[in-house]
Design a protein around this ligand. Structure first.
Ligand code: ATP
Ligand code: MG
Length: 370
């Protein structure tokens, strides 16, 4: 039996439908990341599970019990809101100890657990400060420590690392997952950051306009995005527009702009169909000279932008047919770098290409929603 189950849940605010007929099951001990653009319903989803807002229709079950009318404090959930609500008149340690104390822990136990959580979030040295004396990132860590110490079995985290600097963010995300797994918590972690989701989640749920676009293990969502939206939202992606020129037993030929022909492995297309081909940035190979000119999917072009990203170099290539593609390559020492204006070839392996029907409202509109 799943620990949390939503069945056809809808939540409206006036004429805005924040969650649309959404169904989702979460298993005991699972770590789920919810990804989605701003306004897609992420916070509303957490509030529905926490009991802060009630569904207009549908059912929410926790541990097999229908909780639609159960108040938040009786749901055994710790909700750490996006904009953290701390007790302003209580010290840092008292803020954290509040949960364990109200659950009947002895003072000694409650403060021991609270100190551990403060150590984890690197706030132990500020145990006696008050929330208003902390920086924004510290307040966020305090809210997180309080959620973790509460003893609830279900942890609902709304952008828990959003206010932290990049280094601490990376460090804390591993610790967060570690604590959740060690204490067998079921966690829903909302984030804007697709890399964070990839690293910590057992399963990723991608939301758009209150609906689930795709859910699955990180590698599946990344490598097999079901739609242009998911491909664009989860990782760097290039999109090439074209028409299906020929379909055979093993794949199809796609006519790109100005006569360029691209081979894809997709056999489920129809000749004449307008499509979009997606390729991840790290799957775009940029090479200097073409060894075998007869090779397929090798397109000439020129480097139009170069960005050094530390561990990666990003190139923007304008192909001779006018299409632009971005490539991300590891900046390994000794690897040949290309300069702006340099003539190069771009190689796109058929196994790295995914084909989608052309979106009814146009590709630009589809990408703009984000
Ligand atoms: N209390 C409210 N009253 C009216 N509309 C609301 C309310 N709360 C949320 N909404 C609307 O519901 C939709 C979903 O909002 P929600 O806060 O769940 O999005 P989100 O995915 O958490 O966005 P963000 O990434 O910006 O935090 C939005 O269109 C928002 O304007
Ligand atoms: Mg939100």
């Amino acid at each position: 039996m799943p620990l949390i189950e939503l069945v056809n849940v809808t939540k409206r605010y006036g004429n805005v439908t924040a969650i649309k007929n959404l169904s989702l099951k979460m298993n005991d001990g699972e770590y789920i990341c919810v990804l989605g653009p701003t306004g897609s319903g992420k916070t509303t989803l957490l509030k529905l599970i926490a009991g802060i807002v009630k569904p207009d229709s549908g059912e929410i079950y926790i541990d097999g019990r229908l909780v639609n009318d159960v108040p938040p404090q009786e749901r055994n959930v710790a909700y750490v809101p996006q904009y953290y609500a701390l007790f302003p008149h209580m010290s840092v340690i008292d803020n954290v100890a509040f949960g364990p104390l109200s659950r009947g822990f002895s003072r000694e136990e409650a403060y021991k657990v609270s100190m551990q959580m403060l150590e984890m979030t690197k706030l132990a040295w500020r145990a006696n400060s008050f929330p208003h004396e902390l920086s924004g990132g510290m307040q966020q860590r305090l809210a997180l420590a309080r959620g973790l110490a509460s003893g609830a079995k279900i942890l609902l985290l709304d952008e828990p690392l959003g206010a932290l600097d990049a280094r601490l963010r990376v460090e804390l995300r591993y610790k967060l997952r570690g604590i959740a797994k060690k204490n067998k918590l079921t966690t829903i972690h909302v984030t804007h950051d697709q890399e964070e989701a990839m690293v910590v989640a057992d399963r990723i749920v991608v939301l758009r306009n209150g609906e689930i676009q795709q859910e699955g293990p990180p590698s599946q969502v990344y490598n097999e995005p079901k739609s242009i939206f998911v491909a664009h939202f989860v990782g760097g992606a290039n999109f090439l527009e074209g028409f299906v020129a020929e379909v055979d037993q093993y794949g199809s030929w796609i006519q790109l702009r100005n006569g360029f022909l691209l081979r894809v492995n997709d056999v489920n297309r129809v000749v004449g169909e307008r499509i979009v081909v997606m390729v991840r940035e790290e799957k775009v190979e940029v090479i200097k000279g073409a060894r075998r000119r007869e090779e397929i999917n090798l397109f000439p072009g020129a480097v139009s932008e170069v960005s050094f990203l530390g561990d990666f170099v990003s190139y923007s290539i304008t192909l001779d047919n006018g299409d632009k593609v971005s490539s991300r390559m590891p900046s390994v020492f000794g690897l040949k770098r290309f300069g702006i204006g340099e003539r190069v070839y771009v190689r796109l392996k058929p196994e790295n290409l995914r084909v989608y029907p052309y979106p009814p409202q146009g590709l630009y509109k589809e990408l703009e929603v984000i």
